[in-house]
Design a protein around this ligand. Structure first.
Ligand code: AHR
Length: 513
């Protein structure tokens, strides 16, 4: 009796002092699909995202291209399995006159990009270029309409230009411009950041404007297959979401957007490479806030839409730092380190675990802007740590979310705490289980135990993204410094998986029967 009591005490001490992450997965209770659109991207006419990063012009002999789009970028984006790509902005969208970007390139008017560096652009990358690119990489286009400075007619014309089969003035114009078949664009944003660069509107005013624009964005036979997304709140602006959910009829509202960037402060964003632990902790705090914001906005949406018909679309997210020294401040060019891999792994786990309401998201931005998956310098191109995480996680696209319960020790900094290990899991069409784990701890590895309940599994394989230093990143001279490796450190015994995840690392495990 005495001995049993002693071992109970010892057990308690071991339990409270060990740094174990304990996860339980109910593998037979997967009911919600993880919408592949959570893995979407965003390309704005901003800095070197489009011009130089994606599009280098048809006549370019130095950089191999197809119809002016870089071949290296096309390949990398195809490999990434991008479900959707949002374009042309961002703030730029509410200044964009789409009719200036069609027809013979030599005749297109120039425009000044008032939001991003005040540069003049020649509209050589327009609707056809973008939609053809989406076809090439197998992504669904997500067009952001101009509500801030464009008319209702402009937007309704854009819808018919890209999707009407034939017989309307706009479909005939499209054909004249060389495209016979419509592209059938389903995903449409009705403006962007209407509370800010999209027009500085109040939520009530925007809700009315939305109703007006959305009415004329229906398709001609009115079956309305298009998926209209309202310009949503920033961060924790719950009143904005509440006003939209209350005042817009849900039959014309497929999604409500949300934007959240991980930023230290808007006045001093800190360096993208040479950050210290204080900078790092703040960015991880911001990344974890995504969970809180999703819960807050979802609670309001549940009040007006308990059946969860309206999706929450986080169509801008990612890390935002000071620009690389010596680059144009209006171009938002920044490097991408293991810290960014942590933002990506953690955020995607959060999205997956909220798959019942979050059914779309767009990382900002795809090439050369903010938390990019690709960086280019003239003919050189590299894949960032964020690219690798997005690729490792793409096994979750359209898979069934496995309910998870997780207890993880904290990552502590100056008395403040954050949950160190996050995870999500899904079951794919073949019945295999994919488990993604991210340890944001700045210095400590963590032991992880995963109980697989409900089914028996026997085979296990895995991949890891890890690096010697937290600010490691890929450069044009050393493009593979941070790269994915096979991971064989997970052991499966009697339905329990055990592994150790190094500090600032991402692991994705594949478990089969
Ligand atoms: O992604 C950069 C900018 O951030 C977008 O143009 C805007 O929507 C947001 O404020």
């Amino acid at each position: 009796m005495k001995k049993a009591f002693l071992s109970f005490i010892v057990g308690c001490i071991v339990f409270t002092t060990s740094a174990q992450t304990s996860i339980t997965l109910n593998t037979d209770l997967a009911k919600t699909q993880i919408n592949k659109h959570i893995y979407g991207h965003f390309a704005e006419h901003l800095g070197r995202c489009i011009y130089g990063g994606i599009y280098v012009g048809e006549g370019n002999t130095k950089i191999p291209n197809t119809a002016g789009v870089r071949n290296d970028v096309i390949k990398a984006l195809k490999d990434l399995k991008i479900p959707n790509l949002r374009w042309p902005g961002g703030c730029f969208a509410d200044t964009y006159q789409w009719k200036d970007g069609i027809g013979p390139k030599a005749n297109r008017p120039k425009m000044v990009n008032v939001w991003w560096g005040g540069v003049t652009e020649d509209n050589s990358f327009g609707t056809h270029d973008f939609l053809d690119l989406c076809e090439r990489i197998g992504a669904e286009p997500y067009l952001a309409g101009n509500v801030g400075s464009g008319s209702v007619k402009d937007l309704s014309d854009w819808v018919t230009y890209v999707s009407h089969p034939g017989g309307s003035p706009m479909s005939e114009l499209r054909k004249q411009n060389g495209r016979e078949k419509p592209w059938n664009v389903k995903l449409w944003g009705v403006g962007n950041e209407a509370w800010g660069c999209g027009g500085n509107m109040t939520a009530e005013y925007y809700a009315n404007i939305y109703r007006q624009y959305a009415t004329f964005m229906t398709d001609w036979d009115n079956t309305s297959q298009i998926f209209r997304i309202a310009s949503g709140a920033s961060d924790g602006d719950y009143a904005w979401t509440e006003t939209l959910m209350k005042n817009i009829p849900h039959k014309m509202l497929a999604g409500v957007a949300l934007h959240h960037y991980s930023v230290i402060s808007w006045t001093d964003k800190g360096p993208s490479i040479d950050f210290n632990e204080g900078h790092y902790f703040k960015i991880m705090q911001e990344a974890w806030q995504m969970d809180e914001f999703i819960k807050g906005h979802s609670t309001i949406m549940d009040k007006y839409d308990p059946q969860k018909k309206v999706a929450l679309i986080v169509d801008e997210w990612g890390g935002w730092y000071s620009v690389e020294p010596g680059t144009n401040p209006g171009f938002l060019y920044q490097q991408n380190t293991m810290r960014d891999a942590m933002i990506a792994g953690l955020t995607l786990n959060i999205f997956n675990n909220h798959a019942d309401r979050v059914r779309g998201a767009n990382l900002a931005q795809i090439v050369n802007v903010l938390q990019s998956v690709i960086l280019t310098n003239e003919e050189k191109m590299l894949l960032t740590p964020t690219y690798h995480v997005m690729k490792m996680y793409n096994v979750h696209q359209d898979a069934m979310l496995v309910p998870i319960s997780i207890e993880s020790p904290s990552y502590e900094y100056q008395g403040k705490k954050l949950t160190a290990v996050s995870a999500s899991a899904s079951k794919d069409a073949s019945g295999a289980l994919n488990i993604s784990l991210t340890n944001i701890d700045y210095s400590k590895p963590h032991e992880v135990t995963i109980n697989l309940r409900g089914e028996d599994f026997s085979k296990i394989s895995g991949q890891i993204l890890s690096s010697a230093k937290i600010n490691d990143h890929n450069t044009f001279e050393q493009p593979n410094k941070v790269a994915v490796k096979d991971f064989s450190g997970a052991k499966l015994e009697k339905g329990v998986l055990k592994l150790t995840i190094p500090a600032y690392s991402v692991i994705v495990l594949n478990v089969k029967k």
